[in-house]
Design a binder for this molecule. Sequence first.
Ligand SMILES: *Cc1c(COP(=O)(O)O)cnc(C)c1O
Length: 424
Amino acid sequence: MIHGEDEARRLDTGDPGHRELFHVPPATAGRYAETAYLAGNSLGLQPRATRDELLADLDAWARLGVEGHLEGTRPWLPYHEYLTATAARLVGALPEEAVVMNSLTVDLHLLMVSFYRPGGTRNLIVVEDGAFPSDSYAVRSQARFHGLDPGRAVLRLKPRPGEDTLRTEDVLAVLAEQGERIALVLLGGVNYLTGELMDIPAITRAGRAAGAVVGWDLAHAAGNVPLELHAWDVDFAAWCSYKYLNSGPGALAGVFVHERHLGDPAIQRFEGWWSTDPATRFEMAPVSRPPARADAWQVSNPPILAMGPVRTSLEIFDRVGMTELRARSTRLTGYLERLLDEVTATRPVTVITPRDPSRRGAQLSLRVGRGAGELAKRLRHEHGVIADAREPDVLRAAPVPLYSTYHDCWRLAEALTHLVEETR
Ligand SMILES: *Cc1c(COP(=O)(O)O)cnc(C)c1O
């Protein structure tokens, strides 16, 4: 039993967030009507506006047929452009540096076609040892694609023995020591497992100074922490939209390409008809004329019905703003951390996410001993709390500043006191 339910309620009154904009799943257990949803780092909740906006696009198809490409309130032909400004502001990009397209890993491949160009002795790709598996598969297959042995071409950054997260100084040391051999640095902005926020500007600076290209996977960073990709001189980045960005399962991904690479005629790129300048697209010419925009990395005409939910969600982020969200996120996650400290003081559970709020986003990861999946099940089926397990031993909980409450945090801590036995 953990005290402070009244305090949680009071904090929610004073610092309410924007929960009313979202559908919160009903609880199937416990004492409360709604789930305490702390898995927005895995799949964000559905904005209430999404359904009507999506239906409007579907209606345009019913009413207009093929003419919907050019008519209606949101003609399809330039549809991806409706997402550009909001996506760009979200990550601190110039409008020409951002585009929403495809899925995350597909985009990483398309970007590596352009930005992983091994040659001579400079052929390493630097990733985190704890990289998301898809990223690990992607970089290994890119190395093989270039005829390289992935076991040698992929350099994995490991935390120090006994530590769970990377230290910036250690990453910088590797970049300095191996600099001349590194072709590409591709790291997660926020690590999916530990919740560690990397020092993106410092690592980007060091990687570029070493002569490498520096790209970021921002799957767990976009919509979670403020980003200034243009000012930080990041070469490229990609992020999915179904985690903090609440755009629905498998939603389209976002891509950033720095201005200095736009319109570069020497750059290699896989192209299709959407890579070319929209003004000349229907000339159906045999040679593409790519615009000096990230749009040039598009290949196919985009799936309009999948873009709608991303558009709706990005507009919410644009209205509320990452500054406000980050401030509430810091308060909310700090509050959860205090409660978890009470829980863990007497139980065999530890927080592995960095303690410094500037080195993490919303997520706190707990090492819970074996059986993280079983614990997550019991949280849900006995207490109506949804957190996310990574087997064997990590439970991830992310109070999302748009819709999570202090009371959700309290419910997780309270449920853990019932489910994890005291050993001290
Ligand atoms: C969620 C996530 C992915 C998922 O990749 P998809 O291509 O969207 O299936 C990849 N990388 C990271 C770091 C992630 O967090």
